[in-house]
Design a protein around this ligand. Structure first.
Ligand SMILES: N[C@@H](CCC(=O)N[C@@H](CS)C(=O)NCC(=O)O)C(=O)O
Length: 288
């Protein structure tokens, strides 16, 4: 297996890509071969129709790469091969602005930031309880301790969190998405987090808590329908190590019900005909 893989992800036709390559700065996302933190950025860039190089690393060269990063962690963005941005929250907001998934209105920005913080808080709690030493940097809890933490998460932390989301929505009004009727990065956060939590990455214990709250279902479905996201998964080329992680990650995507694609096709290393080509957003972060 090569020590790193990289996919160029684009919603452009190859002709468009060739002709635009010179004008547009090249954006590269570097992350591990995992659907964890990096997946938030990949999904947001896909939903926004932003072209970038999807640089996926295994752990073999990690020590050397880490030395070159000021904050010593992934994900990071490179622009024209120069380190450009670190820290997930900053990167997802930037990606959201590029692709029109971060509002311009100050109050709406505030709402998106609130949601991001609330969703990330849940995900962090989940990670603490459900990662049982899979990753080199996981804390070394005993299996018994992990089981106890998972029970607490299921019975107390998650229900409290879910109820607070429902109350928040009552206060803030309804819409097709978390913030009104336009999809934002907050919806992508919720989508990735739910898929991830239900996928049993990495320790084989799928989390079923979302199913008890139908409140989350329409929000999830509306993101699933996004063509940019579907195209991203249709064209993904995965290593053998990534396949089991992604096949679980995508398990709850209702491809069949939607009449689109199924998981096998999503994991069949690309090649599927795109159902719809979207015009990419201009790379507005650099003025020519
Ligand atoms: N505050 C950082 C944390 C990033 C982080 O912890 N990344 C993990 C992967 S999900 C990592 O790089 N771990 C390897 C290490 O710390 O050596 C962010 O939000 O981007």
């Amino acid at each position: 297996m090569p020590s790193q893989m990289s996919n160029t992800v684009s919603t452009r036709s190859s002709e468009e890509s060739r002709s635009n390559r010179k004008q547009n700065p090249r954006l590269k996302l570097t992350y591990f071969q995992l659907p964890h933190r990096g997946e938030f950025v990949r999904v947001i860039l896909a939903a926004g129709g932003i072209e970038y190089q999807d640089d996926r690393r295994d752990f073999s060269g990690w020590a050397e790469l880490k030395e070159t990063l000021p904050f010593g962690s992934l994900p990071v963005l490179y622009l024209d091969d120069k380190l450009f941005a670190s820290e997930l929250s900053a990167i997802t907001k930037f990606a959201g602005r590029l692709g029109g998934l971060y509002p311009k209105d100050l109050v709406e920005q505030l709402r998106v930031d609130e949601m991001e913080s609330k969703l990330w808080g849940l995900f962090e709690e989940f990670n603490k309880c459900y990662h049982a030493g899979f990753l080199p940097w996981d804390p070394p809890h005993s299996p018994e301790k992990h089981a106890e933490m998972q029970r607490e998460f299921e019975k107390v932390t998650f229900p409290k969190w879910a109820q607070s989301m429902i109350e928040y929505r009552k206060l803030m009004g309804t819409g097709k998405y978390l913030i009104g009727d336009k999809m934002t990065i907050a919806d992508c956060y919720l989508w990735v987090i739910r898929n991830y939590m239900e996928s049993a990455n990495f320790n084989g214990t799928p989390f079923r808590g979302f199913r008890k709250y139908s409140f989350f279902d329409p929000l999830h479905k509306n993101v699933t329908k996004n063509e940019g996201i579907k195209n991203y998964y249709r064209n993904l080329r995965l290593t053998a190590a990534e396949k089991p992680l992604y096949s679980r990650f995508l398990r709850h995507w209702n491809f069949d019900d939607e009449g689109h694609i199924n998981n096998t096709q999503a994991l069949s290393c690309g090649g599927a005909t795109l159902r719809q080509k979207r015009e990419p957003k201009e790379n507005r972060y650099i003025k020519s």
